[in-house]
Design a protein around this ligand. Sequence first.
Ligand SMILES: NC(=O)C1=CN([C@@H]2O[C@H](COP(=O)(O)OP(=O)(O)OC[C@H]3O[C@@H](n4cnc5c(N)ncnc54)[C@H](O)[C@@H]3O)[C@@H](O)[C@H]2O)C=CC1
Ligand SMILES: O=C(O)C1=N[C@H](C(=O)O)C[C@H](O)C1
Length: 266
Amino acid sequence: MIKVFVAGATGWAGSAISKGIFNHDGMQLIGGLSRSNKGKNLADILQIENATIPLFDTIDNALEKIDFDVLVEFTKPDIAKKNIITALEKGKNVIIGTSGLSNEDYNEIESIANKNNASVLAAGNFAITAVLLFKFAAIAAKYIPNYELIDYASQNKVDAPSGSVAELAHRLSAVQKSTIEVPIEDTIGVKETRGATIDDVQVHSVRLPGHVLGIEAIFGMQDEKLILRHDAGNGAEPYVNGVILAIEKVNSFKGLKRGLDTVMDL
Ligand SMILES: NC(=O)C1=CN([C@@H]2O[C@H](COP(=O)(O)OP(=O)(O)OC[C@H]3O[C@@H](n4cnc5c(N)ncnc54)[C@H](O)[C@@H]3O)[C@@H](O)[C@H]2O)C=CC1
Ligand SMILES: O=C(O)C1=N[C@H](C(=O)O)C[C@H](O)C1
C-alpha cells in the first residue's frame, strides 16, 4: 500500500486528485495540506463517507503527526518549494504538479533528492493530451528548428509562463534550440511583443477570462507550418490518472525526472 499525502488537497486540482487516490486500490490517502482548512477532515470536504483524513496547515506539522511515502504537491509556487524540500529531506518521494518553479529550482530539488536517495517526478501537465503534445512536439523539434510557444490560461492564473509551457520549452530546446532569424534585440518597435526567451525559446503567455489552460507549439518552415494544440476543459479530472501513474512509478528511479512521458511506454 503506497501512503500518499496531498499538498493542496482542497484546491481545484488537489481535490480531484485526492478523491482519485482515495478510490485507487493499492494507495492510501494519509492526509493533506490546506492552510485554510487546518484541523478539518478532508473526507468531509470531499464528501467521502466513513473516513478520516486529517488536514494540516504546514508540512512540518504534518510530518510530526503522520508518516507517508509520497508527497503530491499541488499548491502555489510560493510554498511548493519548501514543501518539496522538507519532504525530500525526510527521504519521501515527491510528485510535483505545481507550476511556477524555475530551472534553478529544479536543479536544487534534484541535488537534494540525490543527497537523500529520494525520487521526484515533476510534470508541467499530467493530462494525457498534453503529454502527447509534448511527445509530438519533441519529434517536430528534431526536424524543424524554427518554433515558438503560446500558453493560454485564465485571467486569475498567478504564474507565467504556465508550468506546462516552461517544461515544454526546456524539453524542446534540449532536442534542438529554436532558431530566431531576427535577433530579439534587433527588433524594430516594441521588443516585448516578441515574448519572453525561456531556454532559448520565444514564449507568449495569454491570460484571459474564458480560458482554462491551452498550449500551442507552432513550427514554421518555408511554405509550410505545423501547429500542435492542447486545450483543457473546465474540470480537473484529466490530471487524476496521470498523477496516479506518477505515484506508481516514482519509486522506479532515483533523482529527478521531468515529464510524465519519461515513465510511460510511449
Ligand atoms: N501539472 C499539472 O498537470 C497541473 C498543475 N496545476 C498547478 O497546480 C497548482 C494548484 O492549482 P489549483 O488547484 O488550480 O489551485 P487552487 O488555488 O485551487 O488550490 C491550491 C491549494 O493549495 C493550498 N495552498 C495554497 N497556498 C498554501 C499555503 N501557503 N500553505 C498551505 N496550503 C496552501 C490551498 O489551500 C489549496 O488547497 C498551480 O500551480 C497549478 O498551475 C494545476 C492543474 C494541473
Ligand atoms: O493553473 C492551472 O490551473 C493549471 N496550471 C498548469 C500549468 O501551469 O501548466 C496546468 C494545468 O492545466 C492547469
